[in-house]
Design a binder for this molecule. Sequence first.
Ligand SMILES: *Cc1c(COP(=O)(O)O)cnc(C)c1O
Length: 217
Amino acid sequence: MSIKDNLKAIKESLPSHVQLVAVSKTKPIADIEEAYAAGQRVFGENKIQEMTAKQEVLPKDIEWHMIGHIQRNKVKYMAEYVALIHGVDSLKLLKEINKQAKKHNRVIPCLLQIHIAEEDTKFGFDENDLSELIASDDIKQLTNVKIVGLMGMATFTDNSQQIRREFKQLKSLFEKTKLTFPDLSQLSMGMSGDYKIAIEEGSTMIRVGSSIFGSRN
Ligand SMILES: *Cc1c(COP(=O)(O)O)cnc(C)c1O
């Protein structure tokens, strides 16, 4: 199947409240152009330099989402254009995003990454860190970032019960956090292997790479 056909098949299967982020990391410009020609406008990358190089040459109506782990010293390269940062996993990083956003007179939308996987290789806040952060004065002072939701990655496993359990946990944390922080509207969860479960469990945004562009080397 072509990129266009893959996109079409996935989009047709999505409920209208779920946004598709096409994860184009490691893929060439030509692949992104093919997806763009098929109507896709939201793309996700996990390396700031790679995303910026692509952003410079591709149409300016593309929305670029940073989905990977972020080094603070590289935030400056994307602050001017990034549409959503999914993987915010510390207050220090949030402060740096705020500082760089200010230079461009922007308010950058961010998602806080939550550690939900039972395996411990994934980054993110746990429930206690999250409630502390949300309640802190620090966060109120950050005028140039807007926290609009949460993001999480399930364990990489064939055990769909486990994946479901982890997504359920994130959804329930999302609902609970919304009670004190009503700005939260986006729940970014689900990738090629598990996005169907993620949608059943309340995802509003899925990040799909290999099911659109084919496997990566
Ligand atoms: C690579 C990546 C994806 C997409 O993975 P696929 O399995 O190719 O769909 C989604 N989210 C994050 C954070 C990623 O790094």
